[in-house]
Design a protein around this ligand. Structure first.
Ligand code: FAD
Length: 393
């Protein structure tokens, strides 16, 4: 049963219908096979780009779709309900464009954005390093100014689309405020074919096997100085601001993944019989399904609440963290329960729910683990409390 949606415009409703159709016809038939063979579906991203789905939340002026986040996230959800590797890929591509959209000069935007938002080029986002995931300010990759160029050295771990992307948004340490490690990081846009920039073999992962994840190595990578986004020292700020929106993308993907698992579980429960009746007619099992539905709807409501704050230009960082945490924890629970509903068959690769369960796990880990989301939320609470005390003084 597809999710019922309330959309802000008729145009948005038509867009969602188009996406649902494309997902069913073009993505669903090949998702299981590409995941099983660990094949990166580059042609799917080309198709999504040509259908206008890779730059949806960005301005039409530079080739984006001009859609509010409220609509973009529901598109992501529909894609992820049939193929979460592709949903994650669309979200990561949007994240990789964020720095240029928000901090690029007009000249930089004119030169690069149309191909990035139009979907000709696929992006990747390189913040993490092997020893610096939750704590990115500990990064060691360096960028040294040399005349009209920067020269980068180091290794960026866990790069989604690594080896398959056309451009990489890379955060690296530049000389700067030595007393503040977060103010000496800068943000660069590096084309894939730059000399010295190479991808290690992909990680062997538990799930999301159709999405490549690699370490990207930078050995004396020389790029023109105009590939710096924003000012020297702005890099971590740009990276983390992008993550607020990126987390909403992951929350939407997790919600779609959970919806896909629930749809499978309900369909199965309506046909499987034990003790002379369908298992959905056993209250003990029907209540499991009811809890799954409630978890998904709660997650969707939180995702859309955060999106609407963002669309209105209001602060949404805390709500993005809540949405990411709730949606991904709920997706883990829902996909685990979907395996339970299918009994022994759920544990086999003959049904997709075991894959959904493996895919849900990583949603609790990347773009800030759910422990880090709790840190963001609790820090916001601490600030609120200080504010309240001040007001009462
Ligand atoms: C499939 C996949 C794709 C990824 N794609 C990308 C990408 O495209 N670009 C990119 O830059 N990165 C990417 N990542 C990296 C991802 O963001 C990191 O793995 C994540 O931020 C966690 O970092 P870590 O693995 O180093 O774990 P660590 O930071 O070492 O954390 C280990 C554990 O300690 C906990 N922890 C750490 N600090 C605290 C604290 N202060 N309080 C409480 N608990 C804490 C964490 O929650 C976690 O449970 C990807 C990762 C995966 C698995």
């Amino acid at each position: 049963m597809p999710a019922s949606r309330v959309l802000p415009t008729e145009e948005a409703a038509d867009l969602l219908k188009l996406v649902r159709d494309l997902a069913t016809k073009e993505l669903l038939p090949r998702a299981a096979q590409d995941e099983a063979t660990e094949t990166f579906p580059r042609d799917v991203f080309t198709l999504l780009g040509r259908s206008g789905l890779l730059g949806l939340p960005y301005s039409e002026e530079y080739g984006g779709g001009g859609q509010p986040y409220e609509v973009y996230l529901q598109v992501l959800e529909e894609i992820a309900s049939v193929w979460s590797s592709v949903g994650v890929g669309v979200s990561v591509h949007a994240l990789s464009c964020f720095g240029l959209v928000e901090h690029g000069t007009d000249e930089q935007k004119r030169a690069w954005l149309p191909d990035m938002l139009g979907g000709e080029l696929l992006g990747a986002y390189c913040l993490s390093e092997a020893h610096a995931g939750s704590d990115p300010a500990a990064m060691k990759t360096t960028a040294r100014r040399d005349g009209d160029s920067y020269v980068l050295n180091g290794a960026k771990a866990w790069t989604t689309h690594g080896g398959n992307a056309d451009f990489y948004k890379v955060m690296a340490r530049t000389p700067g405020d030595s007393g503040d490690r977060s103010r000496s990081i800068s943000c660069f846009l590096i084309p894939a074919d730059t000399a010295g920039f190479t991808a290690d073999p992909p990680e062997k992962k538990m799930g999301l096997t159709g999405s490549s994840t690699t370490t990207m190595r930078l050995d004396d990578v020389r790029i023109p100085a105009e590939r710096l986004l924003g000012n020297e020292g702005d890099g971590l700020k740009i990276a983390l601001a992008g993550l607020d929106s990126g987390r909403l993308g992951i929350a939407a993907v997790a919600t779609g993944l959970a919806q896909g698992a629930l749809d499978q579980a309900v369909a199965y429960a309506k046909t499987r019989e034990t003790f002379g009746k369908k298992i959905i007619d056993h209250q003990g099992l029907a209540f499991v399904l009811a809890d799954m539905e409630a978890a998904i709807q709660s997650a969707r409501a939180m995702v859309l609440h955060a999106a609407r704050l963002k669309d209105r230009g209001l602060p949404f960082s805390r709500e993005a963290s809540i949405a990411k945490m709730v949606a991904t924890d709920n997706a883990m629970k829902v996909t685990t329960d979907a395996v339970q509903v299918l009994g022994g068959y759920g544990y086999t690769r003959d049904f997709p729910v075991e894959r959904y369960m493996r895919e849900a796990k990583v949603m609790q880990i990347f773009e800030g683990t759910n422990q880090i989301q709790r840190m963001v939320i609790s820090r916001a609470l601490a600030k609120d409390n200080n504010g309240t005390i001040k007001e009462s003084n």
